[in-house]
Design a protein around this ligand. Structure first.
Ligand SMILES: [Zn+2]
Length: 242
C-alpha cells in the first residue's frame, strides 16, 4: 500500500460517522436520482447480480434465513398480502393444507372450537339473531334443513317445551330416549306394535304432576297415547286388562 493510500484509509476511518451522515444527506436530497441510478445499474447487471445473490444464498444458508426473517419482521403487512395472494392463486393446495391440518389436529381443533364457542356463547347468540333478522328467508332455510336432518332432536325439543310449559320437573336427552325405545324393542309399551311411529308417553301425565325425566317415559304409539289421555299407565293398563 502506498503512503498516500494508507493516509486516505486512516482519514476515512477517523471520519467514518461524518461520511455516513453526509452520504445519508446526499441520498435524501437526491432520492429520485439515486434510485434511478440504482435501477439502471441493476438493469445493466441483472444476470451477474442474480448469480451473485444465488451464490451468496447457497454459501450462507443461515444468513439467508436470518435476512429473510428480518425482512419478514420488518414487513408484516407485505408478508400477509403475499400469503393471501398465494392462497388465492393456489386454492387446491390451500384446501389440501387445511384438510391435512384438520386431519392431524382434529381433536385439538374440536376442543379449541368447543371452548371458543362456549366462551363466546353470548356473542354468538347475538350474531345469530342479527343474521336471522337480516335474512329471515335464509335462516328459515337453514333451520328447515337442520330440522329435516335431525327429526329426533326436533321431537325432543317440542316435548321438552311442552313439559316446561306445564311446569314439569326433570328432563332427558335424546340418547336416553333412544335407549328406552331400544329397551322396549322398538314396540309400543301398551299394544306391543312395532310398526308404528313411537311417541313419548308420560306414565304419570304431565298434567297430573308427572316428571319429564326418563324414568317417567315409555314409548307409545299415537293411538295408545291418545286413548290413555290423562290416566297413569297403571290406570290405563288396569282398564284395558279388565
Ligand atoms: Zn300402541
Amino acid at each position: 500500500m502506498t503512503a498516500s493510500a494508507e493516509y486516505s484509509r486512516r482519514y476515512y476511518e477517523r471520519h467514518a460517522e461524518q461520511r455516513r451522515a453526509e452520504s445519508r444527506a446526499y441520498r435524501a436530497a437526491h432520492r429520485e436520482e439515486v434510485l434511478a441510478r440504482g435501477r439502471a445499474y441493476h438493469a445493466a447487471h441483472r444476470e451477474k447480480l442474480n448469480a451473485d445473490a444465488i451464490a451468496w444464498h447457497k454459501a450462507n444458508p443461515d444468513g439467508r434465513r436470518k435476512s429473510s426473517q428480518a425482512w419478514k419482521d420488518r414487513n408484516p403487512d407485505r408478508v400477509k398480502a403475499a400469503q393471501a395472494n398465494w392462497r388465492r392463486d393456489h386454492p387446491e393446495a390451500t384446501r389440501g393444507y387445511h384438510a391435512g391440518y384438520a386431519a392431524r389436529h382434529g381433536d385439538a381443533l374440536r376442543a379449541y372450537n368447543a371452548k371458543w364457542s362456549k366462551d363466546n356463547s353470548a356473542r354468538l347468540a347475538t350474531l345469530a339473531r342479527i343474521r336471522r333478522q337480516r335474512n329471515p328467508q335464509q335462516a328459515a332455510g337453514y333451520s328447515n334443513k337442520w330440522r329435516r336432518a335431525h327429526p329426533e332432536e326436533v321431537r325432543a325439543f317440542s316435548a321438552r317445551r311442552r313439559a316446561r310449559e306445564l311446569g314439569a320437573a326433570g328432563s332427558h336427552t335424546v340418547a336416553e330416549w333412544l335407549e328406552k325405545v331400544a329397551l322396549f324393542g322398538g314396540c309400543c309399551a301398551y299394544c306391543g306394535h312395532s310398526d308404528r311411529p313411537l311417541e313419548r308417553d308420560h306414565r304419570i301425565p304431565l298434567t297430573r304432576g308427572g316428571s319429564h325425566a326418563i324414568t317417567n317415559i315409555v314409548p307409545a304409539c299415537r293411538s295408545c297415547n291418545s286413548k290413555k289421555g290423562a290416566r297413569t299407565d297403571i290406570e290405563y293398563l288396569g282398564r284395558t286388562a279388565a
